[in-house]
Design a protein around this ligand. Structure first.
Ligand code: AN7
Length: 323
């Protein structure tokens, strides 16, 4: 049986014997070598494959802790604003806990797979007229009223859970890599990685990669104008890197074609930054945050439609040769 993340890292998490554990088998995700990209970039590249988490993104690490702690305090409902993955994860863990989830998402801006998850888990999903930032402000105001526990990464329990990715990486490599690379949306994951490193009393370069046009990027998961953790990120020893949508899409396609890993576009932001400025000779861990199946429409924008053929071997051979 998969060991729940809270059990695996119990001594480093704010949980006690009385905390009810809400787990879906999160964490303990694969750390995969990336031989072709490593060769191209002249680095030793490892990929922390977070889509292997139960809801398909790294959010589950924090959500298992946040929902368990909410349940411990007697909450009967959680609330979040989300570009999609926090919502899908909150909806899944709330369903598992037997409590309600209220999701506020920017109207028309959430990838279809993520929305399908939230709906199937029975969350109340409301589309807010406005941006993610507007939805987050509303979620915070509502949480203040005490009816719902806020499970955005402003909830410190989220960060506690997310820091465990660093523990796993260091465990598995047997040493701290030279460089960690993560995408930068609201900055929760960046702060969590810094926290994980600091708790291990280790140092490494931590590169956090944002979209050049935060308000309009194709990478909808990180379409966040004002990162909630901006000030904390600025106060930490973190390098911020900025990439264009074209660079994100190129890195995204390369990961799929060269390494056989299909992530969502935002997850490729870190790889895009590495491509621009590879730290040659360094051992690098890039965290791939979410699964490609969450955003099938993004793939349809860049990949050609399949040809339609008759079930005739000659026609098929001819069509295959033309590909
Ligand atoms: C796949 O779900 O903000 O810098 O509401 O879904 O910790 O915000 C998602 C963010 C990276 C950015 N990769 O991480 C949400 C949300 C994926 C994401 C990020 C997100 P943070």
């Amino acid at each position: 049986m998969t060991v729940p993340l809270i059990e695996r890292f119990r001594d480093r998490l704010p949980v006690g014997a009385e905390t009810p554990i809400v787990s879906l088998g999160e964490g303990s995700t694969p750390l995969l070598p990336a031989p072709r990209l490593s060769e191209r970039l002249g680095v030793e590249l490892w990929l922390k494959w977070e889509p292997a988490n139960p809801s398909g993104s790294y959010k589950d690490r924090g959500m298992t802790v946040a929902v368990s702690k909410a349940l411990e305090r007697g909450a009967s409902a959680v609330i979040c604003a989300s570009t999609g993955n926090t919502a899908a994860s909150a909806a899944a863990y709330a369903a598992r806990a037997g409590i309600r989830a209220l999701v506020l998402q920017p109207e028309g801006a959430v990838a279809s797979g993520k929305l399908a998850q939230s709906l199937m888990h029975g969350a109340r999903v409301l589309e807010v007229r406005g941006s993610f930032d507007d939805a987050l402000a509303a979620a915070r105001a509502l949480a203040e009223r005490g009816t719902h526990a806020l499970v955005n990464s402003l909830n410190p329990h989220r960060l506690e859970g997310q820091k465990t990715a660093v523990f796993e990486i260091v465990d598995e490599l047997g040493a701290v890599p030279d460089v960690f690379v993560v995408p930068y949306g609201g900055g929760g994951n960046t702060v969590s990685y810094a926290k994980g490193l600091s708790e291990l009393a280790e140092r490494a370069r931590l590169v956090s990669v944002q979209a050049a046009d935060r308000r309009r990027t194709v990478a909808s998961a990180i379409r966040i104008a004002e990162p909630a953790h901006r000030e904390v990120v600025a106060s930490l020893d973190v390098e911020i890197s900025t990439v264009t949508d074209a660079q994100i899409l190129e890195a995204w396609a390369q990961l799929a074609k060269l390494e056989g890993l299909f992530c969502e576009p935002s997850s490729a932001a870190g790889l895009a930054a590495l491509t621009l400025d590879p730290p040659r000779g360094a051992r690098v861990v890039a965290t791939i945050t979410g699964h490609g199946l969450k955003d099938p429409d993004a793939a349809a924008r860049v990949a050609p439609e399949p040809l339609v053929v008759d079930p005739d071997p000659d026609a098929i051979a001819a069509a295959a040769a033309g590909a």
